[in-house]
Write a protein that binds this ligand. Structure first.
Ligand SMILES: [Zn+2]
Ligand SMILES: [Zn+2]
Length: 123
């Protein structure tokens, strides 16, 4: 029997209050020294708080779910949120923190990322 802990809370902020994470779609040179490169290659980037930027390249073909030649937004968001929480890239190919993903693929949490968070947050 195990215990479950909730250590992160995510809620939408109207933008009037400061927030730890700011998510947006951007393209090309968008003012943060991390220009996007159009379709393919770099899909998104994130910088941990207090910066808290999570940008997705608006020129990708985004989807929700596995659609051939599209990029699954939830998979990429999960990867980038991993960076926001402090995780680096993983060499485990099935891990959400593996640096690349084939078009049309969907990934979920993997023991590798879960263990990474447990280690980082000492839980
Ligand atoms: Zn950016
Ligand atoms: Zn990454």
């Amino acid at each position: 029997m195990g215990f479950e802990y909730t250590i992160f809370y995510f809620f939408r902020n109207s933008g009037k209050k400061s927030s730890d994470i700011k998510i947006g779609f951007e393209s090309g040179d968008h003012g943060d020294d991390n220009r996007f490169d159009g379709p393919g290659n770099v899909l998104a980037h994130a910088v941990p708080p207090t910066d808290g930027r999570l940008h997705c390249d608006s020129e990708e073909l985004w989807s929700i779910g596995a659609i051939p030649n599209y990029v699954d937004l939830e998979t990429v968001a999960l990867h980038e949120i991993g960076h926001l929480l402090g995780l680096d890239h993983s060499e485990v190919q099935d891990a959400i923190m593996f640096p690349t993903i084939p078009l049309g693929a969907v990934k979920d949490l993997h023991a590798d990322g879960v263990q990474g968070i447990k280690t980082l947050y000492n839980i």
